[in-house]
Design a protein around this ligand. Structure first.
Ligand SMILES: Nc1ncnc2c1ncn2[C@@H]1O[C@H](COP(=O)(O)OP(=O)(O)OP(=O)(O)O)[C@@H](O)[C@H]1O
Ligand SMILES: [Mg+2]
Length: 366
């Protein structure tokens, strides 16, 4: 009984530190178990696991152990730290956006050339745009490409529970991030602005905005501060002006959507390119994350019930918001690439078979 109690206690403790991603603590705890355990087999297996995955000593980890900022009352961890940010896949950008992101990275990688002539890399950047178009993902991508940790402060989470101390919390977090080379992401920046109407909290909010403005002004060039919002209209113009650069993200262009869909379908079906083109035409104006959800849903369906992936993609073809011309283009593409029959192309797009035939004939003649 006592033994069971001990095992349960250890198990819960291990789960707690593992779930809060304190890898260093997991290692120390496992070492302790090895030292104390009477079970030779268990010890041996743990030693083997620890040997395969040694801890790396990193400056960040030391710092993290020392002073990762927490809310003084609640011990709520204010910052999420990703030492080596992982992405589900590479982001897809329009050419213009790719140019901007590459330049921001290049400025950091070659900061020496800037310092030589008395300039600094861009320090503070505001990402704006609707949900699901890559703002958070891009902060992770930039940190990854620069080989620095990403520290994320989700302002909506902080604001919702701990407003009373948000000013000092924010200062604490920003001071911590300032002391190292990193990308600091202030996610959901509009959360600060949204609370505006609530008159009881005006004083605290003013303090908060003041802290933010000061910090933006004297942010060091060793770190990159990125703030993200999908409600740019809610931001105080004073905050807005303080950023050195504003980068706007948007739903994908037809080309970007096609490239993105192709990356999700390639290797999983025949005619992936033709399908990508058709789906890009019919998923116009949708965010990357909506597109991804739909395609992944279709892939799940196909994997589970054995039907072809294309059968699961057909229901994604929606034409409600399209012009007559776009519908015709879609119908012709569907039929010409033999993705569906002429009859099905008519059903899906509402374009008469005669029209499809005429267009195909015209295309063949020209
Ligand atoms: N440009 C992109 N290229 C590829 N995938 C993308 C892109 N944008 C978004 N995605 C996919 O959508 C997911 C959500 O994107 P992300 O979290 O970056 O959106 P966001 O712009 O921060 O949205 P929100 O305003 O809701 O926070 C990503 O994890 C990724 O899978
Ligand atoms: Mg986001």
């Amino acid at each position: 009984m006592e033994e069971n109690e001990k095992i349960r206690e250890n198990f819960v403790h291990l789960a707690r530190i593992a779930l809060s991603e304190r890898q260093q603590d997991v290692h120390s705890f496992l070492h302790r178990i090895v030292r104390r355990s009477d079970d030779a087999k268990l010890s041996q297996e743990l030693v083997e696991l620890l040997r395969q995955k040694p801890t790396r000593s990193s400056p960040l980890r030391k710092k993290q152990e020392m002073a990762l900022p927490v809310d003084a009352d609640s011990r709520f961890q204010l910052l999420r730290v990703e030492e080596h940010p992982e992405l589900p896949h590479e982001p897809v950008y329009t050419d213009a956006l790719k140019g901007t992101i590459d330049r921001l990275i290049d400025e950091r990688k070659n900061s020496g050339a800037l310092f030589d002539v008395g300039l600094e890399p861009t320090r503070t950047i505001l990402f704006t745009g609707p949900p699901g178009v890559g703002k958070t993902m891009t902060a992770r991508w930039i940190a990854r490409r620069l080989g620095v940790p990403l520290l994320t402060l989700d302002l909506s989470a902080v604001m919702s529970s701990y407003l009373g101390r948000t000013g000092s919390n924010l200062r604490h977090v920003l001071d911590f991030a300032k002391s190292m080379e990193c990308v600091l992401l202030l996610d959901e920046l509009d959360a600060v602005a949204k609370r505006r109407d609530d008159s009881g909290e005006i004083g605290e909010l003013k303090r908060l905005v003041t802290v933010l403005l000061q910090q933006l002004d004297d942010w060091p060039s060793s770190g990159m501060l990125i703030a993200a919002t999908n409600h740019e209209e809610l931001l105080d113009p004073a905050v807005w002006r303080r950023f050195e650069e504003v980068v706007h993200f948007d739903v994908p262009s037809a080309d970007a959507a096609e490239a993105f869909i192709s990356s999700l379908l390639k290797g999983f079906m025949p005619k992936a390119d033709a399908w990508s083109e058709v789906l890009a035409l019919s998923l116009l104006e949708q965010s990357y994350s909506d597109i991804e959800r739909k395609i992944t849903g279709a892939r799940r369906g196909a994997a589970l019930n054995g039907k072809k992936l294309s059968d699961h993609l057909v229901p994604l073809i929606a034409v409600d918001s399209q012009t007559k011309q776009q519908k015709i283009e879609l119908a012709v593409k569907l039929y010409a690439e033999k993705l569906v029959s002429q009859r099905r192309a008519q059903e899906l797009t509402g374009v008469a078979r005669d029209t499809i035939r005429d267009r195909l004939n015209a295309d063949n003649e020209s």
